[in-house]
Structure formats: structure tokens, C-alpha cells
Ligand binder design. Structure first.
Ligand code: ARG
Length: 586
């Protein structure tokens, strides 16, 4: 990679000048002046008893003659580095041939499982489910681009209390008599029924202890595969999954596995036995718990305590792995799922989980349990990325006008409506498919531009603007390049970087690679969003000042077409990581 090459040249020059040091080079703070800079001379002044600027000058004087880089020592003691147009041209012609533009793949390939989505069967998806598939999908794609073996699992919520609640409610409403008595006609359970049953039961459970106990028993019956509970459950599950699949498809989330909590059913007892055998489990009020607290830890569990200090002096509460009635819980299935994932060959090196940050503690408990019992091998990284809340423009959690939770389906329709209107005002009558691509793309870019753990602001107007750091602006840039290339209807030729606007484009492609690496380190895609925008905007400056199609000189015109092709390739690649679809036309 180019930065490493510059470092090599610099280190060789330094050695020649008598400084056996490793220098590091970074992108320039002042791109108008130079492309890269090295600030390493300051640190050497004391060691060598010389003025830092003198050291910089000596090193620059010792640089081998070459046609790729220009080194200049400047006050107070920086070494500024510029790539020559020749170097930029060579890079551009190399990049355009590569399958992956400006990406340095990692040498150490890892096997990584991404657990995102997490839709719950029998419950409607809502705005809180928006971020997980978006961020998770993007990170998985980044890992793939960097050469890792990344896989994803939807990990449906299909083994918890909501199942028992829903079946009990439907039973009480008389919908399930056929299954329990064998009399009458088999009913058709519909989505509408589920959408009414679960919220109703969920509200009732909060007030009616006896109802809650029965729901627990129904849940346990499902988990024990007792009929007719289990068959009813399977029907409800299949029905729900259809909707879930449709929504995830619209959001562009692609899963290698459609497992759920229920998929690890055969291992829940295995892992619970393991905790008992190893002496980690103890009984507490009829339930089985594992102590995961660490000596002297103070975790900020906001307990309802008057004592401000006490509130933040809590050890981690124990993880509950069996319910009082013997049922499995969220922690049980998560632990058993890790057990199951580790039966695979190859065993994952890393497992990522994407949920909002209210589940931080749940995952910490699960991870600690798995490590203590050896269910997750040493060296395996279990990483929970707890993202922020989706807020409205007022900074409060995004709600409907009536103050209820916004359904995911409604969010998508909102995006489609808004993008249709926007496109129409630009003179395009979009199909639903195009409006979906633009609307969802806009939302994704807006959300991913945020540092992953921060709260989000759902600002549809801002997301959908055709100017500035937005999804539609980037999609539009690609569509515009498509249309120019179609009009040109000519093969591109050798790229010859001949001015600073062209140079800026190649520089942005170099920076794009650095952004991929930063995102990998930070586990957040915001730097990639920014770098993608910077490339599009460098392209726009170039395009506004160069007459690509009217250029008379054949070689120059073909070179321009090469630049356009390269920019398109780099943008599409970056947008593909963000899972933002690029329409051919817009
Ligand atoms: N179903 C869960 C929820 O809605 C999310 C699942 C996340 N993944 C996991 N392995 N626990 O909160």
C-alpha cells in the first residue's frame, strides 16, 4: 500500500542520513499543500542533540532520486510528501484492473459469525429492530471485503415467553378450540390475529399474575414439545417468518442462516448440566442461576435507589439459566447457541451481536458464563455491539403521533412515500422498487453515518436530501456516471492524471482503503460513509470543470472515461458494503 511504500523510502533515507528509526506517515492535514506528512523528526531532536528541522532537511536530502514522490522539509520540522502525477496515474491504472479497488485485504483470515436481526416470532417488528440488520449487514460485508470468512444468522426470537402468551391469548379468545378439543373446523390463524393477541396478552400479564403463570406454563409446554401447544407454535412461527423475511429483504439484510433460539433446543439441557457439573450453578427461588459478578465491580445498574452512590455500586447480577418452572430463558438459548456454533468446523474466531444497548448486561452475563464453563474457547472473541436508540427530531424515542411504537412496516412505507415525493419533485415518477431503494438507502446512510453506539435521529428530510452527505446524493452520483458512460459509448483508455482535481480523486480512493481499515478497528461504519461522500464530492468538482464528452483530444477523453469508470467502481464497492443499492438510473 502506498503509505507503507512512502515509509520504506523515508526509512531508507533516514538510515542513509544516520538515523536508524522507523518513521510513520499519515495523510496530510493540509491536502492543498501535500498528500502525506511525517511528524517524526520532533521526537528525535533530543536523542540526537540537533534541531528537528535540521534532521528533517538531512533526511529529505538523502531521499533517493525517484519519479514517484517529492519530499520537502518545512518549518517547524515536518516532512511533506507529494505523489507525482506519474505515481497517481500508475495507481489509477492499477486500481481500475483490480477486483477490489483500493482495498488491502487482511493476511490473517478469520471465521466470523454475525448475529443480527433478532426479529421475534409472533411479535410485530418495530422501529427498534431497524438498526440491527442495517449495522450488522454492513459490518459483515466489510469483513468479507477485507477477506474474512463472515457468515450471518438471523437468530429469531422464537423460544420465549411471547410464544406462550400468544398461544394462551388465542386459546382464551376461542380461536384454538379445534386443537384442544378436536371439535369443529381447523381455524385459519392469521397475522392480524397475532398482531392483536400478543399486545393484548403482554398488557394483561403485567396486571394478572395468574395469567402470567399460565403463560409460563404454555411456554414450557411448547419448549417440551407437548401437543397441541407445539404444533400451534410451529404454525405461528411459520406465519411470522413470512413477514420477517419480507421485511429483511426490503432492508437488504441477507442471512446465511435463519436459525432461531429454538434451533439450539437440543443443547439447552447440555449446557445447563455443564454449569451444574462444574459447580457454577446454584438454586435461587426455584430458579437456577450462575454468579457472574467480579470482585469489587461496580456496574451502573440504574436501580431505583435513593442513594445516588449505591446506585452505581452494584456487582453484575447472576445470570438465570433455568426458570422456576424449568423453562429456558433468553440467556439459556444464547449460551446454548454459542455451544452449537462452536460445534461447527471451523469454530468462529469472533461472534458479533447487534442489539440496542439495553441488552449490554444480558450479553456480558452470557459471555461470562460461556467463558467460565469453557463453552467458548479461550481466544474466541464474543462481542456485543450495543447501539443507541432511534430518536425523533425532538431527541425523544421515535414514536407515532399517538405515542405508540412505530412498526417497522410503517417505517418502510414512510421511507417509500417520502422518497417517491422527492423523486417526483425532481421530475421522476418512480416505481415502488426505485422508491424503496432510494428511501431505504437514504435511511441506511443516515444511520450508518452515526458512530455506532450513539443515539440516532430519524430525520427523513435530511436523509433524503439530494445534496450533502446523504445516500441519495451518492446513488445519484453513480447514476450520473452511468448516464455519462452510456452517452460516451466508448471504451476507456489509459488514465493520465494531469491536474489537481484528478489527483484529488485518486487521493480519495486511497483514503477509502484507510476508511475500510478504520471501520474494521472501530467496528463502526461512519468513517466509510464520510470517505464515500468525499470521493463523490471530489468527482463532482472534477466533473463540473472538465468537459468529458466534448473533449476533442482522444487520449484525454479516454483517460477521463477511465477516471469515471474507476470512481464508479470505488463508489459501488463502498455502497455495497453499506448495503445501499445503486439504481442504474435515477
Ligand atoms: N430477539 C432479540 C430481541 O428482540 C434479539 C436477538 C439478538 N441476538 C441474540 N443472540 N440474543 O431483543
Amino acid at each position: 500500500m502506498i503509505i507503507e511504500k512512502i515509509q520504506q523510502v523515508l526509512n531508507a533515507a533516514a538510515k542513509k542520513a544516520g538515523y536508524d528509526e522507523e518513521f510513520s506517515v499519515s495523510f496530510s492535514n493540509m491536502p492543498a499543500l501535500c498528500d502525506f506528512q511525517c511528524n517524526g523528526c520532533f521526537a528525535l531532536a533530543k536523542k540526537y542533540g540537533k534541531a528537528p528541522l535540521a534532521i528533517a532537511e538531512e533526511i529529505v536530502a538523502a531521499v533517493e532520486q525517484n519519479d514517484q514522490f517529492e519530499f520537502v522539509a518545512v518549518k517547524p520540522a515536518f516532512i511533506n510528501i507529494k505523489l507525482t502525477y506519474k505515481a497517481f496515474s500508475e495507481l489509477a491504472n492499477k486500481y481500475i484492473q483490480l477486483e477490489k479497488v483500493g482495498v488491502q485485504e487482511h493476511e490473517q483470515k478469520m471465521n466470523v459469525m454475525f448475529d443480527y436481526g433478532g426479529a421475534n416470532v409472533a411479535k410485530e417488528l418495530h422501529v427498534g429492530h431497524l438498526c440491527s440488520p442495517i449495522i450488522g449487514e454492513g459490518m459483515k460485508r466489510l469483513y468479507k471485503l477485507l477477506g474474512h470468512n463472515a457468515k450471518s444468522d438471523a437468530h429469531l426470537g422464537d423460544w420465549g415467553l411471547q410464544m406462550g402468551l400468544t398461544v394462551l391469548q388465542l386459546h382464551e379468545d376461542g380461536v384454538l378450540d379445534y386443537y384442544f378439543t378436536g371439535k369443529g373446523q381447523e381455524p385459519e390463524i392469521t397475522l392480524d390475529m397475532l398482531n392483536i393477541a400478543y399486545p393484548k396478552a403482554s398488557a394483561r400479564k403485567k396486571e394478572d399474575e395468574e395469567f402470567k403463570k399460565r403463560a409460563d406454563q404454555y411456554t414450557k409446554n411448547i419448549q417440551d414439545k407437548i401437543e397441541p401447544y407445539y404444533s400451534i407454535y410451529l404454525k405461528i412461527r411459520a406465519l411470522s417468518i413470512k413477514t420477517i423475511e419480507k421485511l429483511y429483504k426490503e432492508l437488504g439484510a441477507e442471512f446465511d442462516f435463519w436459525y432461531g433460539e429454538s434451533s439450539c433446543d437440543e443443547y439447552t439441557d447440555v449446557v445447563v448440566d455443564e454449569f451444574v457439573k462444574q459447580g457454577f450453578a446454584r438454586e435461587s427461588e426455584g430458579a437456577l442461576v450462575v454468579d457472574v459478578a467480579r470482585e469489587g465491580e461496580h456496574i451502573p445498574v440504574p436501580k431505583k435507589s435513593e442513594d445516588e452512590e449505591q446506585r452505581y455500586k452494584n456487582p453484575m447480577p447472576p445470570a438465570i439459566i433455568k426458570k422456576y418452572n424449568g423453562g429456558d430463558l433468553y440467556a439459556t438459548t444464547d449460551i446454548a447457541t454459542i455451544y452449537m456454533r462452536n460445534l461447527e468446523n471451523p469454530v468462529p474466531d469472533e461472534i458479533f451481536y447487534y442489539t440496542d444497548n439495553r441488552q449490554n448486561m444480558h450479553f456480558e452475563q452470557v459471555f461470562r458464563c460461556c467463558k467460565m464453563a469453557g463453552i467458548s474457547p479461550e481466544g474466541q472473541k464474543l462481542i456485543h455491539i450495543g447501539f443507541g436508540t432511534m430518536n425523533g427530531k425532538d431527541g425523544k424515542p421515535f414514536k407515532t403521533r399517538e405515542g405508540t411504537v412505530v412498526k417497522l412496516d410503517d417505517v418502510i412505507n414512510l421511507l417509500i412515500d417520502a422518497s417517491s415525493k422527492k423523486l417526483a419533485s425532481n421530475g421522476v415518477q418512480p416505481t415502488r422498487e426505485l422508491a424503496l431503494k432510494i428511501g431505504v438507502g437514504a435511511m441506511k446512510f443516515g444511520a450508518l453515518s452515526n458512530f455506532v453506539t450513539k443515539d440516532y435521529v430519524f430525520d427523513i428530510e435530511k436523509f433524503l436530501s439530494f445534496e450533502g452527505k446523504t445516500g441519495p446524493y451518492l446513488q445519484y452520483t453513480v447514476a450520473r456516471i452511468n448516464s455519462i458512460l452510456a452517452k460516451a459509448n466508448e471504451e476507456y483508455g489509459q488514465i493520465n492524471i494531469a491536474d489537481d482535481e484528478q489527483r484529488a480523486i485518486i487521493m480519495q480512493i486511497i483514503k477509502l482503503n484507510s476508511a475500510y481499515q478504520i471501520c474494521f478497528e472501530e467496528k463502526s461504519l461512519n468513517s466509510l460513509c464520510l470517505a464515500t461522500y468525499d470521493l463523490a464530492s471530489a468527482f463532482s468538482t472534477f466533473y463540473n470543470n472538465h468537459h468529458v464528452l466534448n473533449e476533442k483530444d482522444d487520449a484525454t477523453r479516454k483517460s477521463y472515461l477511465g477516471i469515471l469508470t474507476l470512481v464508479k467502481k470505488a463508489l459501488v464497492q463502498a455502497l455495497n458494503v453499506l448495503a445501499i443499492e445503486v439504481p442504474e438510473k435515477m
